[in-house]
Write a protein that binds this ligand. Structure first.
Ligand code: PAF
Length: 282
């Protein structure tokens, strides 16, 4: 397994590979890898000659300093996890100074309004930070394909928008949410949940799955109100938002229309740990 900490060395290495017409898949991560990440890596390994996994906890996408400080950092374990998938994976784990050229700040993007919905209302500057780092990674790695999980569905749509607007030559592949046996969406943040809460967090998926059924016969407003009432009754979870939105525009749905794809999104606090999840409704 080759590990690069400096973008210059990685660029040099990849240039040689590109001359041999090898295809490159990129899986951007912030580490604390779990089976969800591995499913992205497996997909990338199946479809590309070379797979680069970046491991970098990107400071500019955190609006909350404590969240950044507490974000799990498990680099050695992550490398061992990746080795179980393939010894040939290229790991890119830069320092902030190296990838940001000593200027750790975000570019400002216009994602045609996608950035103002849901997460955008609660995490100021988050998507500018994501756009900044993903664009940097695309510029360094120049991947043919890049893999992102649908758990962060808003992020996935925003990256697609950035690629479309900037005409970047990369194909974005969205990958289905991996879930724990209980149904809880896999996330690096789950590591911070105590065992009891982690078991109880099955409630989140159970509620959104039931809501999906309800949406078959009820309005978006009634379905969202029902979700709110379920969370109001639960002592350990507090709902930040529940929204049923158009998958393309991410705008909340008022009246259901035929031939549109809808998705339900929630953000939930379990003590101070923030979890997000979503489910396709069509
Ligand atoms: O989804 C993530 O882990 C991050 O937002 C990403 C895409 C790696 C950018 O830092």
């Amino acid at each position: 397994m080759q590990i690069f900490n400096q973008k210059e060395a990685l660029i040099q290495f990849l240039q040689k590979e590109k001359k041999e017409n090898k295809t490159i898949g990129l899986v951007p991560t912030m580490g604390a890898l779990h089976k969800g990440h591995l499913s992205l890596v497996e997909k990338a390994l199946n479809n590309n000659d070379i797979v680069v996994v970046s491991i970098f906890v990107n400071p500019t996408q955190f609006d909350n300093k404590t969240d950044l400080e507490k974000y799990p950092k498990t680099f050695e374990k992550d490398v061992e996890t990746l080795k179980t998938a393939s010894e040939n994976i290229i790991v890119f784990a830069p320092t902030a100074a190296n990838i940001y050229d000593d200027d750790i700040s975000s570019e400002t993007f216009d994602f045609d309004g996608l950035e103002f919905e849901m997460e955008g209302k609660f995490r100021t500057g988050h998507f500018d930070g994501v756009g900044t780092i993903v664009k940097k990674l695309f510029t360094i790695v120049e991947p043919d394909n890049a893999y992102f999980g649908e758990k962060d569905f808003q992020q996935l749509q925003i990256i697609r928008k950035m690629v479309e607007k900037s005409k970047l030559p990369v194909t974005i592949i969205g990958c289905p949410i991996s879930r724990e046996e209980s149904g809880l969406a896999m996330s690096s943040r789950n590591e911070r949940l105590d065992n009891e809460i982690r078991k109880e967090a099955a409630f989140i998926y159970k509620t959104i799955s039931e809501a999906k059924e309800k949406f078959g016969t009820e309005s978006a407003l009634d379905t969202v109100n029902w979700i709110k009432s379920q969370f109001d009754l639960h002592p350990n979870f507090s709902l930040e938002y529940a929204e049923i939105a158009d998958e393309k525009t991410l705008k909340p749905v008022k009246m259901k229309e035929k031939n549109k794809d809808y998705r339900l999104f929630v953000a939930v606090y379990a003590n101070e740990i923030r979890l997000i999840d979503n489910i396709a409704l069509n």
